[in-house]
Design a protein around this ligand. Structure first.
Ligand SMILES: *Cc1c(COP(=O)(O)O)cnc(C)c1O
Length: 398
């Protein structure tokens, strides 16, 4: 029986990307790369590097953690690593992901944004030299019980108003004092997280709380996520480290008030599929499950090899933007598991095999912002990126 002995890194595909290659891992025969369906995601390495430099532009005096939690926002930690090598550190929260960052050869800072979950995690922190957040008393208890000769660097987290993780301002100093007395602890930095950096409420109130409670304590500070970095450019000045995530992945943290173009951010993920069938409709003909779309007159539609099982939101209504061969059009009817339909009325040359960009950059350079698609689905780009399905082949390009 045929046995797969290779791992495909970058599928040789119908799209013909020259960077596609297959890598053998410990086997004798490479498997010939196959494309199960004409759908593919592309990760754009240069766009990652560009977006990182945009974040630096807004926070010139701060060091930058590239946030790579949730498998680099669905992109894949190994796939974004080249593009984000220029970061000062990587922030994430899954210990297995921290191991993957170290396995890539990264020797710089790695920060666990939620800290450790159990005592034995501290051994991994010692072994892999991970810096970790301390947001609750239990984590201080674990540190006190941890047997190590190498003191660890920690980021003490304040709950300055978001009420998710952290010590309240009035408990913060005693937490710091307790930590500071532990031989297991080296440097203590200060950290908080904004709830409203992307909106009208802003960050001033939380910043005042944080500054008041940390004013006379030694140590570095980190406060800003993407929206904090881009929208509150004065605040990172008070921050030794900033922690942009979504901006690194080319999406505006404050869409629709501003879009990615406004912040000069470039898409880092393209989702692209092909038309696999064309239907010519007459007035009154309907499309897809539930017959939710009905043609007003004669029209052509294309059936695209992408559905909700690929991570394209089922909730996207008729009219959600797509690019067909780089030209803007719209979806029609309901998204099904493996397919969706697009309007080809204004695209007489589109045919089976034509490329449809669901989000990201088309071959002709036209961009369809993931933020626009996410808004049609009533959600954020974060969720679309993270929701890219495992069955979608992914290639990495320059
Ligand atoms: C996810 C996260 C970030 C990054 O947030 P973005 O909105 O993606 O920039 C920063 N800090 C913490 C603590 C986070 O959990």
């Amino acid at each position: 029986m045929y046995s797969a002995v290779g791992v495909v890194v970058g599928l040789q595909t119908l799209w013909g990307y020259s960077t596609a290659r297959s890598v053998k891992i410990g086997g004798t025969r490479p498997i010939s790369p196959t494309m199960p369906r004409p759908i593919q995601a592309t990760i754009h390495t240069q766009a990652l590097a560009h977006n990182l430099s945009r974040c630096r532009h807004y926070a010139p005096d701060a060091r930058v953690w590239a946030v790579v939690k949730a498998n680099a926002y669905g992109h894949g930690i190994e796939r974004v690593f080249d593009g984000l090598r220029g970061a000062d550190g990587f922030a994430l929260l899954d210990l297995a992901e921290a191991q993957r960052v170290r396995a890539l050869g990264w020797r710089g800072p790695v920060l666990l944004l939620e800290g450790v979950f159990e005592l034995r995690d501290l051994e991994l922190c010692s072994r892999l030299d991970l810096w970790h957040t301390v947001h609750c008393e239990q984590q201080i208890d674990m540190l006190a019980a941890h047997k190590t000769n190498v003191p660890q660097r920690v980021f003490l987290k304040m709950n300055s108003g978001m009420n998710r993780l952290g010590f309240r301002p009035e408990q913060y100093r005693s937490a710091w004092t307790r930590l500071n007395a532990l031989p297991q602890v080296d440097e203590i930095s200060h950290m908080t997280h904004f709830s409203d950096a992307d909106g009208p409420k802003g960050v001033a109130a939380q910043m005042a709380v944080f500054e008041n409670a940390t004013r006379d304590l030694p140590g570095e500070r980190t406060v800003s996520n993407s929206a904090g970095v881009l929208r509150h450019a004065g605040v990172p000045a008070a921050s030794d480290w900033v922690r942009p995530g979504i901006a690194v992945y080319g999406s505006a943290p404050d869409y629709p008030e501003n879009d990615a173009q406004h912040w000069s951010l470039l898409p880092t993920m393209t989702l692209e599929a092909k038309i696999i069938a064309v239907q010519n409709l007459q007035a009154g003909d309907t499309v897809g499950y539930g017959s939710s779309f009905s043609a007003e007159g004669p029209m052509r539609i294309g059936v695209v090899a992408c559905g909700y099982a690929d991570g394209y939101p089922r909730i996207c209504p008729t009219g959600t933007p797509v690019l067909v061969d780089g030209v803007r059009s719209r979806t029609v009817g309901r998204v099904s598991m493996d397919m969706l339909s697009v309007d080809l009325s204004a695209l007489p040359t589109a045919r089976p095999g034509s490329s449809v960009t669901l989000w990201g950059r088309a071959a002709n350079g036209t961009i369809l912002g993931i933020d626009e698609v996410a808004a049609m689905a009533g959600t954020l780009s974060y969720e679309l990126m993270c929701g890219l399905a495992a069955r979608v082949p992914v290639v990495v390009t320059e």
